[in-house]
Design a protein. Structure first.
Lengths: 65, 513
C-alpha cells in the first residue's frame, strides 16, 4: 500500500471555524477569506521564462470523458 | 436541508506527459503510474459488473457510447494489445476510500464521498499529492524521461478530459425537470469557476478573434442532455448509476466543469451547486428559458468584455452575472442561517459576484481564470509577445499548461501557493491526513477502513459493495444504505469495534449482506 513513512497519521486538523481578522467578512463562522494582495510577479516571471515554449505543442492527450 | 443530507464527490482525469522520450506509450504510462501506488503486485478487484454507463436517467439504455474518430482508432489499437480491460484500468480503492485508476489513458482520482466541502477539498488536494508521488515513483523506475501530470482539461488540440462532479439527489423529480432547472446555472457558473484557456478549440471562426477564454471545457459541449461523455458532450449528463437505492436516489453526474487549482473556487463551485440542488428539490429555483444553452456556454466563455450577455428564449437578454445574482438572492432567502458551511458559501458567492461585477481582475489569487490571465498578460508584456501570433500564442499555451502542473517545484499555481500569494482554505497537515484517512461519517470511511483493516480478505469492490472472504466463503456487504449518515455511522462503529471479518459479518444487519 501507499508508503506510510512518507507522512504521519495525525489527529484530524481542526476546521477553521473562528473568524479571522480579515475585517470585511461579517460572517462569524466558517473560514474567512484572508486578504491576498496582488501577487508579486517577479519570481513567477523568472519561473515562466524557464518553460519550454513548445511544451504545449508536444502535449498531446487522448480524449477523456 | 440540514447538514449531512447530500453526498458529493469529484473525479478528476489528469493529463500525462513524459518529457525527454521520443515515443511515449500513454496506455502503459498511465497504467504503470497508477500501480506505483502499490508496494505489492496489482490485483484486479474493481467490480465492473455493477456498472452500466449506457443506462439513461430518462428511462432507456443506449446501445453504445460515442467516441470521436481519434479515440475510435486508439481503441482499436488497444484491443490489439490483448491486455484485459481490468489490467489496463488498474483500478484501486485506496485506504482513504478514494478510487485511483487509468481512465482512458488519464490517471484519475475519484474522491471518496463527502458530506462537507472542506472534507472534499482535503480529499481533492490529497489526490494531487498521491498522483504526484506516483509520478515521481514512475520517473524513478522507468528507463529515462520525466513523468509530469497536469490537473487541466485539454491539450489545446481538441482532446478534452474531465473533472466530473457527483451529487446524490432525490429520484422523485422527473429528470427532464432536473435538466431544465439546472441549465441556466450550468451555463453561467463558469464566470467564477472557469480555469481559463489560451485559444479556442472546435471553432475556426472564433479562433481568429478569441485568444483567451474563461473556461477550459466550454468548447467541447455540443448538446443539452445525453448519456455520452466522450463525444457530443452534454451540458447535463444523463448517466444513471446511483450507487445507492435506485428507487430513492439519482447520482447527478456533471461533466461540464473545469478542473480547478484554487481551493476557494473548488469549494465555491461545489458549494453553490449543492445549494442550487437543494433549491431545485424544494421547488424554489428561479426560472429562465435560454434561447440556446449550448451556444450560450461558449459565448459566455469567449466574451472578453466580461459583460457575459445571455440570450433568453423570449428574445430578451440578461447576463450571466445577473442570473448568478438571482440564484444567490434566492439562496439567501432559502438557506441563510441553516449551517456554517452554507453561510460561508452564501457570503463568498456574494463577495465573488460583487468583484466580478466591479473588476474581475481584483480576484487575482482567488479565481483561476483571473489569476492565469494576470500571469499570462504579465509574461506577454515582459517578453513582448503578441497574442495574435501563432508562435507567441503557443508559448502562452505552454504557460497555461504549466499553471496546472502538479509538481510543486514547477507548477505556476503551486509556486504562487508556496509563496503565500493565493487564497488557501485548508491546511497542508489536513491534506496529508486525507491521503490515508477517509472523510468521517461516510461509507467511504467504511470502505477505506475495511481495506486498511481486512484488505487481504477483500475480493471484488465497488462504490456501493465490498465482497469479503469469511470462513472460506465470499460474503457481499451492501453499502447502498450507507448514503444515510446514521446508517454509515452505525456501520463504521461496528467496523472499528470488531476484531475479525467473521465478527464484522455477524454484527452487520442481515439484510445488508
Amino acid at each position: 500500500m501507499f508508503p506510510e513513512n512518507v507522512f504521519q497519521y495525525r489527529d484530524r486538523a481542526p476546521r477553521p471555524v473562528k473568524p479571522s481578522d480579515s475585517g470585511d467578512d461579517p460572517v462569524e463562522e466558517g473560514p474567512q477569506r484572508p486578504k491576498v494582495e496582488r501577487p508579486d510577479s517577479g519570481d513567477i516571471l523568472k519561473r515562466m521564462r524557464k518553460v519550454d515554449p513548445n511544451q504545449a505543442r508536444r502535449y498531446r492527450q487522448r480524449t477523456g470523458q | 436541508m440540514a447538514e449531512k443530507t447530500r453526498l458529493f464527490g469529484l473525479e478528476t482525469e489528469y493529463g500525462i506527459q513524459v518529457d525527454d522520450v521520443d515515443d511515449m506509450d500513454v496506455v502503459v504510462e498511465s497504467m504503470e503510474l497508477i500501480r506505483c501506488y502499490l508496494h505489492e503486485n496489482f490485483v484486479a478487484r474493481w467490480d465492473y459488473e455493477r456498472e452500466n454507463p449506457r443506462l439513461d436517467m430518462r428511462g432507456f439504455e443506449v446501445d453504445q457510447l460515442r467516441n470521436d474518430k481519434d479515440e475510435t482508432e486508439h481503441l482499436q489499437r488497444d484491443r490489439e494489445r490483448k491486455i484485459p480491460l481490468k489490467e489496463l484500468k488498474s483500478d484501486l480503492i485506496i485506504q482513504n476510500g478514494a478510487r485511483l485508476y487509468n481512465d482512458h489513458t488519464h490517471p484519475e482520482y475519484s474522491t471518496p464521498e463527502c458530506w462537507s466541502l472542506f472534507d472534499l477539498l482535503e480529499q481533492d488536494r490529497a489526490g494531487e499529492r498521491i498522483l504526484f508521488h506516483c509520478a515521481q515513483q514512475r520517473t524513478a523506475t522507468r528507463q529515462g524521461g520525466t513523468v509530469r501530470l497536469y490537473k487541466n482539461n485539454t491539450d489545446f488540440e481538441g482532446h478534452s478530459y474531465g473533472c466530473h462532479e457527483n451529487f446524490l439527489i432525490r429520484r422523485e423529480l422527473p429528470f427532464q425537470e432536473v435538466i431544465d432547472a439546472l441549465l441556466p446555472f450550468v451555463v453561467t457558473r463558469q464566470i467564477f469557476a472557469g480555469a481559463g484557456k489560451v485559444g479556442v478549440e472546435q471553432d475556426r471562426r472564433a479562433q481568429k478573434k478569441v485568444f483567451y477564454q474563461i473556461s477550459q471545457r466550454a468548447d467541447f459541449f455540443e448538446t443539452i442532455a445525453s448519456v455520452d461523455t466522450m463525444q457530443r458532450r452534454p451540458l447535463v449528463n444523463t448517466r444513471d448509476e446511483p450507487h445507492a437505492d435506485a428507487e430513492r436516489y439519482r447520482r447527478l453526474h456533471l461533466i461540464f466543469g473545469d478542473a480547478n487549482m484554487s481551493e476557494h473556487i473548488t469549494a465555491l463551485k461545489v458549494g453553490t451547486t449543492v445549494l442550487v440542488l437543494d433549491m431545485m428539490e424544494a421547488g424554489v429555483l428561479p426560472q429562465w428559458s435560454l434561447q440556446d444553452p449550448v451556444a450560450a456556454l461558449k459565448e459566455v466563455s469567449h466574451d472578453s468584455s466580461y459583460q457575459w450577455p445571455v440570450a433568453l428564449a423570449d428574445g430578451s437578454h440578461t447576463s450571466a452575472l445577473e442570473i448568478q445574482r438571482r440564484y444567490l438572492d434566492k439562496g439567501r432567502a432559502f438557506a441563510a442561517g441553516r449551517d456554517a458551511e452554507t453561510d460561508w458559501v452564501l457570503q463568498q458567492w456574494g463577495d465573488m459576484l460583487d468583484h466580478l461585477g466591479r473588476d474581475p481582475m481584483g480576484l487575482v489569487g482567488t479565481c483561476d481564470w483571473v489569476t492565469k490571465k494576470w500571469l499570462l498578460e504579465a509574461f506577454a508584456k515582459s517578453e513582448g509577445l503578441d497574442w495574435e501570433k501563432a508562435d507567441d500564442r503557443a508559448w502562452l499555451q505552454s504557460q497555461d499548461l504549466e499553471y496546472h502542473n502538479i509538481d510543486p517545484e514547477e507548477g505556476l499555481y503551486l509556486l504562487l501557493e508556496s509563496q503565500g500569494q493565493v487564497q488557501r482554505l485548508i491546511e497542508d497537515a489536513a491534506i496529508v491526513q486525507a491521503m490515508v484517512q477517509p472523510p468521517q461519517g461516510t461509507r467511504a470511511w467504511f470502505r477505506g477502513r475495511c481495506i486498511a483493516k481486512f484488505g487481504a480478505a477483500v475480493g471484488a469492490i465497488n462504490w456501493d459493495s465490498i465482497e469479503i472472504e469469511v470462513g472460506g466463503r465470499m460474503e457481499v456487504i451492501d453499502l447502498k444504505a450507507c448514503v444515510d449518515a446514521d446508517t454509515a455511522n452505525y456501520y463504521n462503529q461496528v467496523l472499528e469495534e470488531v476484531q475479525s471479518v467473521e465478527e464484522l459479518i455477524n454484527r452487520l444487519p442481515p439484510e445488508r449482506r
